[in-house]
Design a protein around this ligand. Sequence first.
Ligand code: 13P
Ligand code: SF4
Length: 365
Amino acid sequence: MLAPALPLEDYALLEDAECEARIEAAKRELGRRCVILGHHYQRDEVFRHADLTGDSLKLSREAARSDAEYIVFCGVHFMAEVADILSRPEQIAILPDLAAGCSMADMANLAAVERGWRELSGIIDPDASVTPVTYINSAADLKAFCGRHGGIVCTSSNAQKILEWSFARRQKVLFFPDQHLGRNTGHRMGIPLDEMVTWDFTRPMGGLSEAEIRKARIILWKGFCSVHQMFRPEHVDRFLEKHPETRVIVHPECAFDVCEKAHDIGSTESILKTVRAAEPGTRWLVGTELNLVNRLAQEMKPRGVNVHFLSPTVCMCSTMFRTDPQHLAWVLENLVAGQVINRIRVPETDAIPARLTLDRMLAVA
Ligand code: 13P
Ligand code: SF4
């Protein structure tokens, strides 16, 4: 018979250094049975234990091709859901702290999206003329909604290709939950701003008129990232006044007026690639989460590349930060003891249509 699960309370007061040694010991014990995936926003004490790191697209691919028995996802809830959906049925996806959600993903839920779809059908036939596109930062049931309505998933690194795919099928797109990724991508594709309307999900018909809906190419859900909304255009202006030679690079979850001031826009993985390829002596102002930027600044310093954080205030993703070495040690040592803690399991009714949309995305991008 299996021993009972090791309680979290026994880990809460452990020093990081002790956790570190225990995590490494558990990893050695589990060997190839376990893979740790780490998103770029994870804190250093966790990130250093990841076997594979990346942005949402890269980590989705890694989850799909992994043959490990356990996929421990150091990231947020929707990422572990994607790992569960894309992995084989006998593989187990684990999120070290179940409270690690994404506040942006929580801004759209199935009831509100279905209500919006019904309201749109009073004006147009959405199943004939609107492709629903969900950012990967969304719950599995919204990916399933897209699967049932001819839609697709996108990430920050493939949004343009996904919108092109969508417009090749239907005239309009309903894009949720992040208005900024949708607007920034649509703008780069040449869609006028007045043909991208914002759907306020707290109001009937999204607060839009019939004429606005008929004219719109993209209907943008009024969601946003609480971290990336902290970056302001005046932060860029002030920095460039002092250091006009600086290149500005931001994540597409930043607001439109910030992205307009940037030289480059890209996913976390593409920000890293771009700055790592920079010439010595160059200076970079980076608009994305603080853990990534601090690590990049440390890495590039010896190569003579200066990396600065775009905001004068600290902007960290508090939910990414929830995964600490204590939770990681807890789930790993339980696996060693034969106990699965914090399994993320998407019900088959959602997993099947959600997988369809994720497979579509991986095939398109
Ligand atoms: P990336 O896919 O670019 O890593 O973005 C994920 C995310 O949550 C950014 O806030
Ligand atoms: Fe969600 Fe924003 Fe955190 Fe990314 S940075 S996980 S979008 S809250």
